[in-house]
Design a protein around this ligand. Structure first.
Ligand code: F6R
Length: 593
């Protein structure tokens, strides 16, 4: 997590860095900081405090013009959320200033071995980096002091370093945490995510691990850690400002929920050319030839994986296991003879998944990453990768990426199946069904009436059970209501003990076969005082059902059933006046294990 941005060039670095940090705030928002060169005193000033980038914008209002600067927005790992632990950090004499995204696992050992006489200002692992560079710079050229330090670090880092003795350069380096170099006519920008580069750089280069950079106003050089030069491979930046702003919506989350029909259509456009699927044949062969698929993911993406399992098993009879990445990384199940590993990830940077991928690569297995960020680490390091085309997802709570993941998994499974229906038509119908629902939804009133307690349950059977898991995650993460998703029939085996007067229980019903069973489970909880309401597909509807969604093809119901649950979470958080796009304790891109 954490976002870093640095700029050196011909305009005010403060503007570039602060704008970039604002766009990267989804990565962490415990504190924010910035360092700019002060020409008068010939030092780098450091501004930092706990709180959001907006506060930093205020506190740097009167900062002098500087054509060089680095900034940071933090998701705390080592040390409390306070000013001292905010980045940038500096070395003992304040010669070196550092911002860092990642975790230095051996920072205590490094302190003990090299820095026992040093006074530390913070509890962070990052400060060790600044102190080590300064220590080594007493005998080595600064570039060697930095690479010597980098070689000692265990863990992960994306780093920007300033040297007060040479304020014409930004040094940068990367290992495991993402870092993108942007080049434009106004200068060089280096940031954790492409989004921070939009408007400032025309081209970018996604850095590989163990790259060390020396950037000046009009020139940038790349090296490996042994100081051998590396090539710069620039690609055009194709994002524009419209996709990174909220537009007419009050929150990114609401915007992203409303974008879902167009995400499905964009996926169809990108994956099909006149009915011919645009997926590399070797990817389809890798899936077809596998005797078992292992879907690895975390959180919402794992919930999309659970739907993926149903699709592959039902449409093409390939057995599938779905694993939580953080568990799979260190506790592998017995693997089949010819497995294929599918990593599902919005960000493409999730550290738990990276831990799985590093191990799978070392063992020579084939892997496929399905991600929204084609420049991401997991896209680049897997055998194959394909894109979600959801557009940047900025709200911390994932919505449109889930719908994109389910859509892309559907396309993969469909292309290997007997094609029992017309996918293009059915996915288009799903997009229309979502649009119709969004145009007439009354979720806010329902939320006001039903979600009055500190807890809630979603229940469902079959595919609806998996939607219930996702619905529960969404509701708890942004409204802080303790929520569980349950297989409807399982409640009576223990959890029903939690049902009290007015406990909200929301039933998801999209399969006519299972509708009577789920409805009788509702009766059981009603008899114990629960306040219940139902989200149902048109073909399952009976009088009194509260939320009705247009019918879609049976295997595509997750795409539409999830949408009301996203709005339930949204309005529950809105009613409580919580920070919807940046819920407490969270960050969008989870780059620590
Ligand atoms: C929940 C949410 C998270 C992510 C999870 C995996 O709304 O967004 O649960 O799904 O952290 O992230 P990615 O998909 O980037 O690997």
């Amino acid at each position: 997590m954490c976002g870093i941005v640095g700029f050196i060039g011909h305009k005010n670095a403060k503007d570039v860095v602060l704008n970039g940090l604002t766009r990267l705030e989804y990565r962490g928002y415990d504190s924010a900081g910035l360092s700019l060169y002060n020409q008068r005193y010939q030092i780098f000033d450091v501004y930092k405090d706990e709180g959001r980038v907006a506060k930093l914008v205020e506190s740097t209002k009167h900062a002098d013009f500087s054509t060089i600067g680095i900034g940071h927005t933090r998701w705390a790992t080592h040390g409390k959320v306070n000013k001292e632990n905010s980045h940038p950090h500096y070395s003992q004499t304040r010669r070196f200033i550092v911002v860092h995204n990642g975790v230095i696992e051996n920072y205590q050992e490094l302190k003990d071995q090299y820095l026992h006489n040093h006074v530390f200002q913070s509890e962070t692992d990052t400060e060790v980096i600044a102190q080590l560079i300064e220590t080594f710079s007493q005998t080595l050229h600064v570039e060697n002091a930095i690479t010597t330090t980098l070689k000692l670090l265990h863990g992960s880092y994306a780093l920007l370093v300033l040297d007060s003795n040479d304020p014409e350069k930004i040094y940068a380096a990367k290992y495991k945490s993402p870092l993108i170099l942007g080049v434009g006519s106004d200068g060089i920008t280096i940031a954790s995510d492409l989004m921070a580069l939009v408007g400032y750089s025309s081209d970018y280069h996604a850095l590989d691990d163990k790259t060390f950079i020396v950037a000046r106003k009009d020139d940038v050089r790349l090296f490996n850690l042994d100081h051998q030069p590396l090539d710069l491979h620039l690609k055009k930046i194709e994002l524009d400002d419209a996709v990174t702003t909220k537009g007419e919506y009050a929150h990114y989350m609401l915007k992203e929920i409303h974008e879902q029909p167009s995400v499905i259509r964009r996926i169809l456009t990108n994956y099909y050319d006149k009915d011919i699927v645009q997926i590399k044949p070797e990817i389809l062969s890798a899936i077809k030839d596998a005797d078992r698929l292992y879907i690895l993911a975390a959180g919402t993406s794992m919930h999309a994986g659970l739907i993926g399992k149903q699709l592959f098993e039902k449409l093409c009879e390939i057995p599938v296991e779905v694993h939580i990445a953080s568990e799979f990384a260190y506790q592998k199940p017995l693997l089949s003879k010819k497995p294929l590993f599918i990593l599902v990830t919005q960000s493409g940077e999730t550290a738990d998944l990276r831990a799985c991928l590093v191990d799978l690569n070392e063992r020579g297995f084939e892997t496929l990453t399905i991600t929204n960020v084609p420049t991401s680490t997991l896209a680049r390091e897997a055998t194959y990768s394909i894109e979600l085309f959801a557009g940047p997802e900025i709200a911390v709570a994932s919505t449109k990426a889930y719908v994109a993941q389910v859509s892309v998994l559907t396309i993969l499974a469909y292309e290997l199946s007997q094609k029992p229906f017309d996918l293009h038509t059915e996915l288009s119908k799903a997009a229309i069904s979502i649009e119709n629902f969004l145009a007439s939804e009354n979720i806010r009133e329902i939320v006001r009436h039903y979600l009055t307690r500190r807890n809630a349950f979603f229940i469902g059977r079959g595919l609806d059970y998996f939607i219930g898991l996702e619905a529960a995650l969404k509701l708890k993460e942004i409204s802080y209501i303790q929520t569980e998703g349950f297989a409807a029939g399982e409640l009576k085996h223990g959890t029903i003990a939690l049902i009290e007067d007015s406990t909200p229980v929301i039933a998801l019903i999209s399969d006519p076969k299972m509708s009577p069973n789920t409805r009788s489970n509702l009766k059981e909880v009603q008899a114990r005082g629960a306040k219940t309401f139902k989200i149902v597909l048109e073909s399952c509807k009976i009088e009194g059902d509260e939320v009705i969604i247009d019918d879609v093809y049976s295997l595509l119901t997750p795409l539409v059933m999830v949408v009301p649950t996203q709005l339930i979470a949204y309005y529950a958080a809105l009613e409580r006046a919580y920070d919807i796009d940046k819920p407490r304790n969270l960050a969008k891109s989870v780059t620590v294990e």
